[in-house]
Ligand binder design. Structure first.
Ligand code: PEP
Ligand code: MG
Length: 756
């Protein structure tokens, strides 16, 4: 055992003995600062606790005793207030040099130059500060800071057990909060929501700090490390499906930290000093946090997020609290906070309880966003500091329309929000009033508006919203919500229910598009790890290689559509013969059903998605084979721009309304023109008013969009003159301005088109 560990252990033992004594609370506090001050050889040791929203000096060794219960600092005021507000440690050779330094004459602290203080944390908030001061100018060394951090943890435990202060004061501490904050991000799914923060991966509250048996704690941490390393290795080996939105780079960092001997050694040393496994992990983490903050490097800050994730994972394993918030009795006004989520993870949540989602990463066309859109849940992404700024249960106002998150909002913000909420309701009511009106341009051209769906309960939207059908039914959503591969009967029931609900309106079933960012834990791929899962073995490629999957789905679809029209569409067709192969699987199943005297659909319409650019070059071969073509702009644009649709750093770099994308789409329209097939756009682009305007101006007259966009897009269509729009698009594409979006927007506004 090192001398540092021994001295930390000595403090813990003395504090333990003190707590067992019969002294009253104030006497205990007085002795406590003496013990710590003496152990750290420090002239001053002071303890501040939060009372009535102020940090009050509760005990001190070295400062004037008359200042006890007199000196009070607001959160953020002075060095002590700074520590409590930031929930962070300070270690300063010259206290007066810090911008937040404030001199309090009643304490007599003018003689002391060096200063170190650590927050006393309870439920992620600082409820007090313990600090030491020296006459001489010197920075405290690691051992001293660690000892202070350990003491702070013990004090926190003692406070929560009401051993140091009375019950009333404990309640006061628990309700304390830091001030309001306003964070901005990227709108992923529009909407407003109010609720309380729930972490997708709940933070662990450390209940016991001092170990009863060090060997037991060492063993607990050892097995937690083994388990965590297994989990990380497992995630890396599943990376072929995109690992629920986590990126390769993060995984690499996870792996590096998980196997870092230095990290486990430091945790072990903390256990040697007498801490429980949980407290040891947290103490080491506090120390690392402080170090990383001292180094002003954005790359390191990002790595720090990774390490925080991993430390939290280790804490959850060691304390046996493994489930995500979805499994832990969700509150009814949940605003979910996560670094990122996979679509399957989001689908685990009860949508009635989930009011909004805030992600540190996220992008517009990632499938988690598409699923959230389908669930009608507002999402803001790219809020990089959210997990640091927010604590579990904090009130949150999410205004995705304005890209803003209000954390712990003031009364004034809440009132302003309420009126916005009402305005929004009015707007929605005006869109809903358009339900039975036709989507027709001012010069009399009808545009066919359909909806995208994939979840069972979305289907009712077809009838309620006035859509002309379901232009894209993402069948893989059922696979994503299932714990195991859905059997044929289950698939069949869903497809039949969907067709029943749609009545006379058509439903386009897309065969499973698994892979990319849609990972199925129960369907491991037999390839090595993929570098580029979105361009890898996914969608039709999986279905053609593992034709068992496709056969089952074909049977389910054919049986569900017995006696009716079946519209079936294949995703990620890159070459016309892939379409032939997929169709042949369906035809063989038709033959099987005929042989078994089962009823077939009255009519089968086969179609393809155009989302791999190469297919656009062979449309002359494909068109005679198909009844309809649907442009998947989410994938198509990612491939045209070579920009991963789920990559958070690229989320704002490229615009759909770029000349390259629009010219490409215009060419597809020209190539399809004159044929008898239907051409639809079913990517997210069609659900945004300005880009929908551009698409219509290119000659696309069928859109399949998210149900919430139906009203706004219909209102836009009813405000345009198609001939003028086409002429404007043709002008913009022949001599594209640098800011095509801006130019189109200005034109639309001048023409009175409803785009805002
Ligand atoms: C697309 O790629 O545009 C599309 C509609 O399919 P998905 O978003 O499911 O990949
Ligand atoms: Mg796609």
């Amino acid at each position: 055992m090192t001398s540092a560990t021994a001295s930390a252990r000595k403090i813990l033992t003395e504090l333990h003995e003190l707590m067992a004594s019969r002294a009253n609370a104030q006497a205990k506090l007085n002795q406590m600062v003496e013990i710590i001050g003496a152990a750290l050889n420090s002239e001053v040791c002071s303890l501040y606790l939060l009372r009535e929203q102020a940090l009050e000096l509760f005990a001190t060794r070295g400062l004037n005793q008359s200042a006890v219960h007199v000196t009070k600092l607001a959160l953020g005021e002075g060095l002590t207030g700074h520590i409590a507000q930031q929930v962070d440690t300070l270690n300063l050779a010259e206290a007066a040099a810090h911008p937040d330094f404030q001199y309090r004459p009643e304490t007599g602290e003018e003689r002391f130059h060096s200063f170190a203080g650590v927050p006393i944390i309870r439920r992620e908030r600082a409820v007090g500060v313990i600090c030491v001061q020296h006459v001489e100018q010197r920075r405290y060394d690691d051992v001293e800071i660690e000892a202070l951090q350990t003491v702070a943890m013990v004090i926190s435990e003692l406070i929560s057990n009401a051993e140091l202060i009375d019950q009333e004061a404990v309640a006061d501490l628990s309700s304390s909060s830091t001030g309001p904050a306003r964070l901005s991000g990227l709108t992923l799914v529009k909407g407003l929501a109010f609720g309380r923060a729930v972490f997708h991966q709940p933070r662990i509250t450390i209940e016991h700090v001092v170990a009863d048996d060090i060997e037991v704690e060492r063993q607990r941490v050892y097995s937690a490390f083994t388990k965590m390393r297994e989990q990380i290795d497992d995630m890396a080996s599943q990376a072929e499906f995109g690992v629920d939105g986590e990126h390769q780079e993060i995984l690499k960092t996870y792996k590096m930290f998980a196997y870092d001997e230095g990290w486990s050694r430091r945790i072990n040393a903390a256990i040697d000093s007498g801490l429980t496994a949980e407290a040891a992990i947290e103490r080491v983490q506090q120390r690392t946090r402080m170090r990383m903050r001292e180094i002003d490097d954005p790359l390191l800050a990002e790595r720090m997020h990774d390490l925080e994730d991993l430390a939290n994972r280790l804490l959850r394993i060691v304390s046996g609290q493994l489930g995500t918030a979805a499994k832990l009795g969700l509150r009814t006004d949940t605003i979910l906070i996560a670094r990122n989520l996979g679509p399957a993870e989001l689908l685990e949540y009860d949508r009635r309880r989930l009011k909004g989602v805030i992600l540190e990463e996220g992008s517009l066309t990632a499938h988690v966003t598409i699923v959230a859109r389908a669930m009608g849940i507002p999402v803001i992404g790219r809020v990089s500091s959210i997990r640091h700024m927010v604590r579990e249960d904090d009130e949150i106002l999410l205004d995705s329309d304005e890209r803003i998150v209000h954390v712990r909002p003031t009364e004034a913000t809440l009132t302003a929000f309420e009126s916005k909420f009402n305005q929004r309701k009015k707007r929605q009511a005006s869109f809903a009033a358009l339900r039975d009106e036709p989507a027709i341009t001012k010069d009399g051209v009808p545009i066919c508006l359909m909806v995208n769906a994939g979840l069972r309960d979305e289907v009712s939207a077809v009838n309620h919203s006035g859509a002309e059908g379901i232009g894209l039914f993402r069948t893989e959503f059922q696979f994503l919500v299932s714990a195991t591969l859905p059997r044929r009967e289950r698939q069949m029931r869903l497809y039949r229910d969907v067709m029943d609900a749609a009545g006379d309106k058509p439903v386009v079933f897309r065969t499973v598009d698994i892979g990319g960012d849609k990972s199925l834990p129960y369907l491991r791929k037999d390839t090595d790890q993929e570098e580029n899962p979105a361009m890898g073995w996914r969608a039709l490629r999986v279905a053609l290689d593992r034709d068992g999957l496709m056969k089952v789905q074909a049977r389910a679809l054919l049986e569900a559509a017995a006696g009716r029209t079946l519209n079936v569409m294949f995703p990620m067709v890159a070459e016309p013969w892939e379409f032939d192969e997929a169709k042949a699987i369906f035809e063989r199943q038709c033959q099987f059903l005929t042989d078994h005297k089962k009823m077939l659909p009255e009519k089968i319409r086969y179609g393809a998605m155009l989302e791999v650019p190469a297919l656009a070059e062979t449309l002359d071969i494909l068109i005679p084979k198909i009844s309809f073509l649907s442009i998947g702009t989410n994938d198509l644009t990612q491939f045209l721009l070579a920009a991963d649709r789920a990559h958070p750093k690229l989320a704002e770099r490229y615009d759909w309304l770029s000349p390259a994308i629009l010219r490409f789409l215009a060419r597809i329209v020209r190539n399809v023109d004159g044929s008898s097939i239907d051409l639809t756009v079913c990517g997210e682009m069609g659900g945004r008013r300005l880009s929908a305007l551009a698409l219509i101006g290119l000659g696309i007259n069928r859109l399949s969009i998210t149900p919430a966009a139906l009203g706004p897009v219909k209102a836009m269509i009813r405000s345009i003159n198609l001939a003028d729009t086409k002429a404007q698009m043709s002008t913009l594409l022949s001599m594209p301005p640098e800011d095509l979006r801006g130019a189109l927007r200005s034109w639309a506004r001048a023409e009175g088109v409803e785009i805002d």
